[in-house]
Design a protein around this ligand. Structure first.
Ligand code: NAD
Length: 311
């Protein structure tokens, strides 16, 4: 039997977005500089840093990887905050692997935070406020890279319905997200619900529903604890997005509705090959899109810095 599943690779989506990034970076007065702070010995972090370095250099950005001791990190971030040559910074976590990491994460000034994880950006995201300077609205608030990468993939594959007004383009879609981490799963569920989707957020601690209410009447999403289990919510989902960081985990594809769209953002393969027998579209990985969004966020920062100077 022939399967009609279309596999969409991250590289394809990334190339299209990168064209735009390259066009924008060419218009800047000077090459933007991204600084990476590596204070752990995680080989995966080093690999991601090297990959970011290459992507930067291939596309008109400078990247400076600063390898340092954990205890030097705080001062190094503060120095980068006041260094006009540094346009953005990225810190590779975990560093201490305790709550202290959350403290470190909030040290970069929002004007230098390419990952979009500063409290101000998260606040705007959860509150569905899209600009930093309402009501003038000249400076766009940044969004966290990985959730935004997933949104760009959903736009590319047509889950966002462009006939609907901006901000409501997921109205009518039911989406399950398996992972509710503070870096990816929770912000992703919130963003999707803010755009109008009915979102089922699944983690080991339970299931929550994120929506803007019946008829998407609310201005931003609300969250409810629910009794449903994965097996109750997957069969009604148009899209399933997974991010379970373990080798042994395999998503139960028999639960999928025929023709569902499946996206995996975990570094592990959460879907087995049989997913192609059920899915209409399958996106096995997203890393290349995330890095492209990182570069796009640097441009946002430079534009916002310019808007502040002009004001
Ligand atoms: P994390 O460890 O902070 O969070 C993982 C979450 O998944 C936790 O909340 C955990 O409880 C939950 N989980 C574990 N098993 C589960 C299960 N069986 N069902 C439901 N939930 C379960 O990790 P993270 O930062 O969210 O990253 C997750 C994965 O995504 C990792 O593999 C990471 O490497 C990858 N990642 C990829 C990108 C990218 O751009 N491709 C970016 C960031 C993270």
């Amino acid at each position: 039997p022939t399967h009609h599943c279309k596999v969409v690779l991250a590289g394809t989506v990334a190339n299209k977005l990168m064209e735009e990034v390259r066009r924008d970076v060419a218009k800047l007065e000077k090459k933007p500089l991204l600084v990476g702070f590596l204070a752990n010995t995680d080989p995966a972090a080093k690999m991601y840093a090297d990959w970011t370095a290459k992507t930067c250099r291939d596309n008109g950005f400078d990247f400076d990887l600063r390898t340092l001791d954990k205890e030097e990190l705080e001062d190094a971030i503060l120095a980068a905050n006041v260094d006009d040559n540094v346009n953005g910074m990225i810190i590779y976590f975990p560093v201490f692997n305790t709550r202290h990491d959350s403290y470190l994460q909030q040290l970069p000034l929002p004007t230098k935070d390419v990952e979009g994880l500063s409290h101000r950006y998260l606040f705007n995201m959860y509150q569905n406020t899209r600009f930093l300077d309402p009501p003038t609205n000249t400076q766009k608030s940044l969004l966290p890279c990985t959730p935004l990468a997933i949104i760009k993939i959903l736009e590319y594959i047509g889950v966002y319905n462009s006939i609907l007004p901006y901000g409501n383009r997921l109205f009518g879609r039911t989406i399950t997200v398996v992972n509710r981490s503070e870096i990816v799963g929770r912000p992703l569920a919130a963003l999707l619900a803010n755009d109008g989707a009915d979102v089922w957020s699944v983690d080991v601690t339970g299931v929550q529903r994120f929506t803007r209410g019946a008829g998407i009447k609310n201005r931003h999403h609300l969250v409810e604890d629910r009794e449903e289990k994965l097996e109750d919510v997957v069969p009604k989902s148009d899209v399933v997005i997974t991010g379970v960081p373990s080798k042994n985990y395999k998503f139960p594809t028999e639960l999928l509705k025929d023709g569902a769209i499946c996206i995996n953002f975990s570094s592990e393969k959460n879907f087995g090959p049989e997913v192609k027998e059920k899915a209409s579209i399958y996106v096995p990985a997203i890393g290349k899109v995330t890095i492209t969004i990182l570069l796009r966020n640097i441009i946002r920062l430079v534009e916002n810095q310019r808007a502040v100077k002009a004001a």
